[in-house]
Design a protein around this ligand. Structure first.
Ligand code: G6P
Length: 614
């Protein structure tokens, strides 16, 4: 992970770099730093363990001024979080370098550099790159050339930015396996891991492709591709506003993003529904040709996105009648895969930069799939650019590490995909389909029902008090709500650090029941569907063992509060769409428990939002 920013400008760049780092903190936040070529053409650096605010505090005491600089916020891979491991890394006090990714052959390179007399001051894999650039620079006195020759020696993944004090107007950057964009300003140029970092200074971006190397000056962006050819990449206008940077009236981004769900679900549906059907072009013109040929679906994702894929499996098999498999990317990418005939490869990702998901897509491209579709929240991301088709969720930038609105908009998009697949396989794809019409109607009411569900917040906050002292929790669901129970457990463990596990309620008797006693809260999601009576029997099994139950239920489920069982009724919802709505109280529950426990809700320990390393 990690976030990098670089700037070359006529104005002082340190405030721009610092603001960029704050906006990238979601990518890592265990240490940070920046380096600048000052007005006396000397390289100066400021680093600190902890969050970007620590660097900011140091800079208030001793400001750095200059027109060229690089900065970094870190998520530790090699070497613990500490000031000495924080980037930028220097070589001979002439070169400063920031890096996101992992250099797999760093040990061999380090041995060689140590033999050549280089002293290492950190435990990172990154420091070898700084010294290699320095070593190569001695032969060429050309920074771009030195970086290019260095990159040829690296194995692994990187996005990096380098400056040299002999080149006060030149920022060299490159990407392979980790994201990097160039921000084009008026007489100034920037680079960053994510456009978000630069929205305060520009809304024009060049997305670097795999293997690109760029030399940035005030007015120029010279790019060479992996083959070493000079190349022009398009400058794209950012059209998604700059709204994400502020928490507004909310205490945390996670709460703000939870409350945005009614509007972002509506935005994801906008322009994609007709009166009683999903519009044929909802997935783009190319999809209209491809979908009728699809015979199977393979979904690949990580983390929360994987849970969205698991819900989609229930939908696709039930409504489109097509076999669907779902797998986490880190497993899929390393096993021998048998690709079924006419199988559509679908990736789900909020960021579109998750290393395992991207690697799975790259593998799949040559594995004989019918085509690839990315359901993603980042239109310019690698995943979208490298897939045949894309369906963009309109969640807007998500800052809280625990994913909320990205998940429910993914589910919304997946239901659109399901209905499009269903229609493509109807005997008469032009005919009215009552099931689709009913679901489109239900989809239209989804934002309103989500709004009503969020009004239960105060009740959920009270419920959260029962969790603050607990060490474990068990989440139960059945059918398409088993993945929702998994997502609820993930939210709770991510931000409150309470150990939480999810089970399909029917599996209770095969093991987890042994854990149930009066110290183990059991949370269940109980919408009104075919399985609710079976779920009720499972809940009785918990009650009989003295377990304390917390149930989110449909008003018609006949589940009422009783001794040992707290029940919050949710608004009535079509059973197909219920997974989207039943997610909301679980997000709020995890949020309030975390607040009571005093954890860092938006930036929980050891995690990062965008996982661009393996
Ligand atoms: C990280 C984040 C999760 C996210 C997962 C997959 O672990 O903390 O919230 O679900 O990555 O990310 P993606 O961007 O591919 O959805």
């Amino acid at each position: 992970m990690c976030g990098i920013v670089g700037a070359v400008a006529e104005r002082n760049v340190s405030a721009i770099l610092l603001e960029g780092l704050k906006r990238l903190e979601y990518r890592g936040y265990d240490s940070a730093g920046l380096a600048i070529i000052n007005t006396g053409q000397q390289l100066e650096r400021c680093r600190a363990q902890g969050k970007v605010a620590e660097v900011e505090r140091k800079l208030l005491e001793k400001p750095l001024l200059g027109h060229l600089g690089v900065a970094h916020t870190r998520w530790a891979t090699h070497g613990k979080p500490s000031e000495s491991n924080a980037h930028p890394h220097l070589s001979s006090d002439e070169i400063a370098l920031v890096h996101n990714g992992i250099i797999e052959n760093h040990e061999a390179l380090k041995n060689q550099l140590q033999a050549a007399g280089y002293l290492f001051t950190s435990e990172t894999d990154t420091e070898v790159i700084a010294h290699l650039v320095h070593q190569t620079y001695q032969q060429t006195q050309d920074l771009t050339e030195a970086v290019k020759k260095t990159l040829a020696q690296l194995e692994g993944a990187y996005a990096l930015a380098v400056i040299h004090q002999q080149h006060p107007n030149e920022l060299v950057c490159a990407r392979k396996g980790s994201p990097l964009v160039i921000g084009v300003g008026l007489g100034e140029t920037f680079c960053a891991s994510d456009p978000l970092a630069l929205l305060q200074v520009t809304d024009r971006f060049i997305y670097l492709e795999e293997g690109d190397l760029a030399t940035l000056t005030l007015n120029e962006q010279r790019i060479v591709n992996q083959q070493g050819e000079q190349i022009k990449r398009p400058i794209l206008q950012w059209e998604h506003g700059n709204q994400a940077a502020e928490k507004g009236e909310y205490r945390h981004f996670m709460l703000k993003e939870t409350y945005e769900q009614p509007s972002v679900i509506a935005a994801t549906l906008e322009g994609r529904l007709a009166d009683n059907r999903v519009l044929p072009h909802a997935l783009g013109a190319a999809a209209m040709e491809l979908l009728p040929k699809v015979k199977q679906i393979q979904i690949i994702a990580c983390g929360t996105s994987y849970h969205a894929g698991m819900v989609a499996r229930y939908w696709i098999e039930r409504l489109a009648g097509l076999p669907c498999q779902v797998e986490v990317a880190s497993e899929y990418r390393y096993r021998k895969v048998v690709v079924a005939e006419n199988c559509l490869f679908v990736t789900l990702s909020q960021s579109g930069e998750t290393a395992d998901t991207l690697a799975a897509l790259r593998f799949a491209k040559n594995a004989g799939y019918l085509g690839s579709l990315a359901i993603c929240n980042a239109p310019g991301s690698s995943l979208v650019r490298e897939s045949d088709l894309s369906l963009i969720t309109q969640a807007g930038p998500e800052i809280g590490v625990a994913s909320t609105k990205a998940f429910t908009t993914q589910l919304t998009a997946l239901l659109l995909l399901t209905l499009s697949l269903r229609r493509a396989h109807l005997p008469d794809p032009q005919a009215k389909d009552v099931v689709e019409a009913e679901l489109v109607e239900a989809l239209r009411s989804l934002p309103r029902i989500a709004e009503a569900t969020l009004k239960l917040d105060t009740q959920i906050e009270v419920m959260a008090q029962d969790f603050a002292e607990k060490n474990h929790a068990l989440f139960l669901g059945r059918g398409s709500h088993y993945p929702i129970a998994m997502e609820g457990a993930l939210k709770l463990k991510e931000i409150s650090y309470i150990h939480a596990e999810a089970y399909p309620a029917g599996e209770l008797k095969h093991g987890p029941l042994a854990l149930v006693d009066d110290t183990m809260p059991v949370i269940a999601v109980a919408p009104k569907d075919d399985l609710v009576d079976k779920l009720k029997s499972n809940l009785q099994e918990v009650r009989a063992r003295g377990g304390e139950l917390f149930v989110f239920a449909d008003p018609d489920s006949f589940l009422e509060p009783e001794d040992g069982m707290k029940v919050i009724h949710l608004p009535a919802i079509h059973d197909v769409l219920a997974p989207i709505i039943y997610t909301l109280p679980l997000q709020l529950l995890a949020y309030h428990v975390a607040v009571l426990k005093g954890t860092d809700v938006d930036q929980p320990r050891n995690l990062a939002k965008s996982v661009t390393v393996e």
